[in-house]
Ligand binder design. Structure first.
Ligand code: URA
Length: 282
């Protein structure tokens, strides 16, 4: 089957589609020995010989990316010497060895990315990439606006001040409340420690977004492969950050501010079930 040249290049994991287009336009790609600079060119990956900078693309192992909704009380590693359930136990039918990109605490749940693309995983985990991660959390009691402002500006933890965060009110009750918090760092137990620092221990924590990925309605313990668009968005994110670095512009550690909202808002992009649970706050 014929596909667009840039899609084939991106499909091998070498680059995003946007970067593949740049490579083609720069004359760095050959098809059956001829330089091709036409972006609409179609190729048959089974038949045509495509080279980038003289390197053959056929035979390159396609990268695999998948998203798992890690349930609570599951290790986010592939093995556990203590014999506890790990994320691997949920990857039924996945024959490729994939690795978790980052961790969630044993008692946390939600979005985990797994891939065999080690370079991309390393880049996404590197603090300089500042990939935003959003958590839906249930905390003890109701935060005041001052406490929310403290979290947004940065709180003092034993390993230093936290970078600015985005905090959205979701739902409140008498004894507890639900919030969405977006951070761009990845320190150990960071969200729990931030909330402890303002006097509101976390009761429940679910990661619902990571960079361009959203958990959507994936149920606990379920996984799905990323769409082409999602995998491409991840590669683009890494490439954009690299480009910024190479041009001497440091990527901002400050998350984009949401539109100002008054009061307790509804969360967006979370599972209906979680919404129901959030509504049922006791
Ligand atoms: N912050 C935490 O405290 N725990 C997690 O699992 C993820 C972020």
């Amino acid at each position: 089957m014929e596909i667009r040249l840039q899609k084939m290049i991106a499909g091998t994991g070498l680059s995003s589609r946007r970067k593949a287009e740049t490579l083609i336009a720069a004359g760095r790609v050959t098809v059956n020995g001829k330089v091709v600079t036409e972006l609409g060119t179609k190729v048959d990956p089974e038949r045509d010989h495509v080279k980038v900078d003289g390197r053959h693309l056929t035979g390159a192992q396609p990268f695999v990316y998948l998203m798992l909704n890690k349930p609570k009380n599951v290790m986010s590693t592939l093995d556990d010497p203590g014999g506890r359930t790990t994320v691997k136990d949920f990857l039924h039918g996945v024959s490729v060895r994939v690795f978790p990109v980052g961790r969630l605490d044993f008692d946390s749940e939600g979005l985990m990315l797994l891939t065999n693309n080690g370079e991309l995983a390393q880049a996404l985990l590197h603090p300089r990439y500042h990939v935003p991660k959003t958590y839906l959390i249930k905390v003890k009691r109701v935060l005041t606006d001052d406490e929310i402002a403290q979290l947004q500006q940065g709180v003092h933890l034993e390993d230093g001040m936290t970078s600015p965060a985005i905090v959205k009110k979701v739902k409140k009750a008498e004894q507890n409340s639900w919030l969405e918090i977006t951070i761009r760092e990845g320190r150990k137990h960071q969200v729990k420690r931030m909330l402890e620092a303002v006097g509101h221990p976390v009761i429940k924590l679910m990661r619902i977004r990571m960079g361009p990925l959203s958990l959507g309605d994936l149920g606990p313990g379920e996984f799905r492969f990323l769409t082409d668009r999602e995998a491409n968005a991840l590669r683009e994110l890494v490439e954009q950050r690299l480009e910024l670095e190479q041009t001497g512009q440091s990527p901002s550690a400050r998350p984009q501010r949401p539109k100002r909202r008054e009061g307790w808002a509804k969360p967006d992009g979370i599972r209906k079930q979680s919404m129901k649970k959030a509504r049922r706050v006791a």
